[in-house]
Design a protein around this ligand. Structure first.
Ligand SMILES: C[S@@+](CC[C@H](N)C(=O)[O-])C[C@H]1O[C@@H](n2cnc3c(N)ncnc32)[C@H](O)[C@@H]1O
Length: 492
């Protein structure tokens, strides 16, 4: 019963505008956050259908003490969810009305001339916030390959519809029922499943063969495109989805330096990378701004990803939280964030051998995106923007010449979370561009010397990676974590 009561409480708080769904779910203290979140979201999606059925069945007339919010959650689970699992004394009441509720559902479908539940939701304006986000799944080439994953899902009863030719085709996944999936048209190794597909318990996911990652968040690593064996920095790396994607592009060769300030996120990342079979990384619990470009260790770094902390306004729930905030508090926050974003990006461009830097945020604010890029381009004239994905349909806001090279993403335009990406490329020296026959300057390869310094233990050995989480350098404390702590990390 607890899950129903908690979900009902959240629906009431939402009505009183006391917060966004995700925040209320996390703040509820309920143990199974995923179950609660799914129940609240689905009840909200079916809200109009549920209200209609509850009214026409007169459910509340004979059960005056049953609050509408709780009735909605219970009826949702009875008719559209897993069936009432628990429900205390209300379970018997709802089950007593089962035949009537079912009859009202059937009547509503006839009235709306639809046969499926999904069509019914759509006909009543459910999910009117926009198209539903497909469940994007990135295949991890370190552990498997696209064809094997496609064959696996076919064996599990899914129909493979081939490679999507348009974003509309991806959107159709959410409009029809059934177990179907497509290959994405922009990101290789990315599959799209119908919205709401839950693969968290799938054995391919738990074994690290699949990474559940939004399509837009696959773009930064894809566009950084480090050659196999090169030397790369992931400046703000945790929890590491992009790091594992970069490692796959490097084919685990070369060197991937990953920094993050947050110890907890870094520990989660360590587990995630281990599961994904990443072995070319060196993690450090360090402020990227304190990483010296003069340090001989980073002399060969040719590619840097800067995916700094941002407002998160591209993530639907975050958008609502932000909208609820006072305007002044919001603008102060954006100013502080964009200050850090500028410093991090500028710092990345100051590494001596860096050829390409990708800057990305999951924000929709111009202040964190185009304005940062514009200012940094002015400060670093040796870099220019390139349009690294011409087929992408949405571009940067036109606030400076060349802003169209930036990529933007939104749910309605690209069927992804809100996102922003800019690709900075070091301009060729003048004499190089005058002599087109001159061979391309090679990306310095990163035959990294692995230091034997115990304090900076680099996890470079695949066999060891099978048994232990990778080690993290703590620049500030310069201490090797105790074995006990590592075991704790392993459990995360
Ligand atoms: C948007 S998240 C990165 C997500 C990550 N790239 C991924 O794909 O999983 C931003 C990260 O930047 C980290 N961060 C913030 N300030 C930092 C700094 N000065 N140096 C390094 N990391 C920092 C935060 O702890 C946070 O984990």
């Amino acid at each position: 019963m607890a899950v129903y009561q908690t979900a009902a409480g959240i629906l009431e708080k939402l009505q009183r505008k006391e917060g966004a769904v995700k925040t209320l779910v996390y703040d509820s203290g309920f143990k199974n956050v995923r179950q609660l979140y799914a129940l609240v979201c689905e009840t909200l999606r079916y809200a109009s259908v549920l209200e209609d059925i509850i009214t026409s069945s007169q459910l509340l007339r004979g059960t005056k003490k049953l609050p509408l919010s709780l009735a909605k959650v219970l009826v949702y689970d009875l008719l559209f969810g897993k069936g009432l699992q628990c429900g205390g004394r209300w379970k018997a009441v709802i089950l007593g009305h089962k035949a009537r509720l079912r009859a009202e559902l059937a009547r509503l479908k006839v009235k709306k001339k639809v046969s499926s539940n999904e069509d019914l939701v759509t006909s009543l304006g459910g999910g009117a916030v926009g198209p539903a986000l497909p469940r994007y799944v990135r295949v991890n080439p370190i552990k498997t390959c696209l064809n094997d994953v496609i064959a696996y899902f076919k064996r599990r009863g899914y129909t493979y519809l081939g490679k999507a030719r348009s974003i509309e085709e991806l959107a159709e996944l959410g409009q029809k029922s059934g177990k179907r999936f497509l290959q994405d048209l922009h990101v290789p190794d990315l599959l799209a499943f119908p919205p709401g597909t839950d693969l968290h318990k799938d054995s391919l996911y738990t074994a690290g063969h699949l990474i559940l990652q939004d399509k837009a968040s696959c773009l930064p690593a894809l566009l950084l495109a480090p050659p196999v064996g090169s030397c790369v920095i992931d400046a703000c790396a945790a929890p590491g989805n992009k790091t594992s994607q970069l490692a796959a592009m490097l084919q685990n060769k070369g060197k991937l330096f990953a920094f993050d300030l947050d110890t907890k996120r870094l520990a989660t990342m360590s587990t995630l990378l281990l599961r994904a079979g990443v072995t070319c990384q060196e993690l450090a619990n360090q402020d990227f701004l304190t990483v010296s470009p003069e340090d001989p260790k980073y002399q060969k770094v040719s590619h840097i990803l800067v995916d700094p902390s941002c407002s998160g306004s591209g993530i639907p729930d975050q958008m609502r939280i932000l909208a609820d905030k006072e305007e002044s508090a919001q603008s102060e926050r954006l100013e502080a964030l964009s200050g850090f974003q500028r410093r991090a990006l500028s710092h990345a461009l100051s590494f001596p051998s860096v050829q390409r830097v990708v800057y990305s945020t999951c924000s929709i604010h111009q202040q964190e995106n185009e304005e940062v890029v514009r200012d940094i381009l002015e400060q670093h004239p040796h870099f220019s923007l390139i349009d690294a994905l011409p087929s992408w349909p949405m571009h940067g806001l036109n606030i400076f010449p060349g802003s169209s090279c930036c990529l933007r993403a939104t749910l309605s335009d690209t069927l992804t979370n809100g996102f922003f990406v800019a690709v900075f490329q070091r301009q060729k020296k003048e004499n190089e561009s005058h002599f087109p026959d001159k061979p391309e300057e090679k990306t310095p390869s990163c035959d990294v010397e692995v230091t034997t310094n115990e304090l900076e233990i680099i996890q470079n050995n695949g066999t060891e990676a099978e048994t232990e989480p990778m080690k993290i350098t703590h620049k500030s404390k310069r201490k090797v974590k105790s074995r006990k702590k590592k075991q704790k990390t392993d459990k995360l």
